[in-house]
Design a protein around this ligand. Structure first.
Ligand SMILES: Cc1cc2nc3c(=O)[nH]c(=O)nc-3n(C[C@H](O)[C@H](O)[C@H](O)COP(=O)(O)OP(=O)(O)OC[C@H]3O[C@@H](n4cnc5c(N)ncnc54)[C@H](O)[C@@H]3O)c2cc1C
Length: 348
């Protein structure tokens, strides 16, 4: 192991590995240090319940990785990454036993949303067609000069609306409202807040453009493929190595910290200007989430048949019910029936 690098990266989550690859591709020598025994951060998989049942520790479903312009340049299938496309990307069951579904085909999705077909098409189709251009705009640092101002404007005007308002203006019936509301609820913000529609739009459009795929073998396959590519470029990864202080690191021209705000403060405290340190100290995390893993003896007997064919299921009821729940969460209240994402995969 050398004692000097162009860049040291702390944390081997997908962002840390992506940064390491970008630097290594530019000819830099790179070291990644990871606190855990395994790489991947939120993209790890493990036998969390019974032997032989592999679960994702955090992330499971990856429209934004599959649709990422950066990932497209990596050809990670060379390193074993394979996307499984569920027959139906997303189903949202309702209490009457039906389910509103997002299908890959935007026209077919609209046809199923009877009474709201044209509104759904008007909202989704023009931007879904332009996913490639849009993804280039919003899957890069926020502050940049837009390369596609027209496409961005077409997306940005509805995206700025609160999800509750947009769905009520556009849709007359509950299935379309609930489908859109469930996707917007990925924002973990109250659905009445400005720009909460942005999540509904980005993830909805991604569903039509690239699907909501699951990596074969679990999300660990993404981290492993990134790490293998980094290895091919000469980058090094050290696991079981928690960084407590910047002074612990080997000499390097740059240090990148792929850690939380609190982790950043702990590691870099002495080097930070006091005004910046105080700003970081006042950072408050958003609401937490809770995840539970089940080893199933048989598929879940969903009442709505479409749910049995879907990769992701949103359990949240109507738009109004989800809005009430997210309002409670934002006020720090634990809701009786929280908005729940279910992802059921056969052992892959
Ligand atoms: C329960 C849950 C479900 C999710 N589901 C999805 C999903 O389905 N789809 C999706 O796209 N996203 C999902 N996400 C979000 C996704 O996991 C994150 O966006 C992603 O992991 C962020 O990547 P990152 O590289 O920025 O950070 P992380 O993945 O958090 O990686 C940070 C890494 O840094 C390491 N580290 C921290 N401190 C130190 C230190 N001091 N020294 C050394 N190493 C350190 C950590 O061990 C970790 O490996 C989910 C998140 C959670 C929590």
């Amino acid at each position: 192991m050398r004692d000097e690098y162009d860049a040291v990266i702390v944390g081997s989550g997908p962002n840390g590995l992506a940064a390491a690859i970008t630097l290594a591709r530019a000819g830099c020598s790179v070291l990644v240090r990871e606190a855990n025994a395994t790489i991947g951060g939120g993209a790890r998989s493990a036998e969390l319940t019974l032997p032989g049942f592999v679960h994702d520790v955090c992330s499971a479903v990856h429209p934004l990785a599959a649709g990422s312009p950066f990932f497209k340049t990596l050809s990670l299938e060379r390193f074993g990454l394979e996307w499984i496309q569920p027959e139906i990307p997303l189903a949202h069951p309702l209490d009457d036993g039906s389910a509103a579904c997002l299908y890959r085909d935007v026209n077919f999705t609209a046809e199923q949303l009877r009474g709201d077909s044209s509104a759904y098409l008007r909202l989704m189709k023009p931007v879904a067609r332009n996913w490639g251009k849009l993804a280039n705009e919003f899957l890069q640092p926020m502050l940049h000069w837009p390369h596609q101002p027209l496409v961005l404007a077409r997306f940005g005007i509805p995206a700025l609306c609160p999800a509750t308002l947009l769905s009520k203006i556009l849709f007359k019936h509950e299935p379309a409202r609930a489908l859109f509301g469930g996707i917007a609820a990925h924002s973990f913000r109250p659905l009445e807040s400005i720009a909460s529609s942005a999540f509904g739009l980005v993830l909805g459009i991604a569903g039509h453009a690239v699907g909501w795929p699951i990596p074969r073998g679990g999300s660990q396959a993404i981290a492993n493929a990134l790490a293998n590519y980094l290895g091919e470029l000469g980058g090094k990864i050290e696991t079981n190595h928690r960084v407590e202080n910047l002074n612990d690191l080997p000499k390097s021209r740059a240090v990148l910290l792929d850690v939380s705000v609190w982790g950043f403060l702990r590691i870099a405290r002495e080097q930070l200007p006091s005004a910046y340190r105080r700003r970081l100290e006042s950072f408050r995390h958003g609401p937490g989430i809770f995840k539970i893993d089940y080893a199933l003896s048989e598929p879940i007997p969903w009442k709505a048949e479409a749910c049995r064919r879907a990769g992701t299921i949103h359990l949240g009821g109507t738009m109004d019910e989800m809005a009430a729940v997210e309002r409670d969460v934002a006020r720090g209240k634990i809701p009786e029936r929280p908005f729940t994402l279910a992802s059921e995969t056969p052992n892959l």
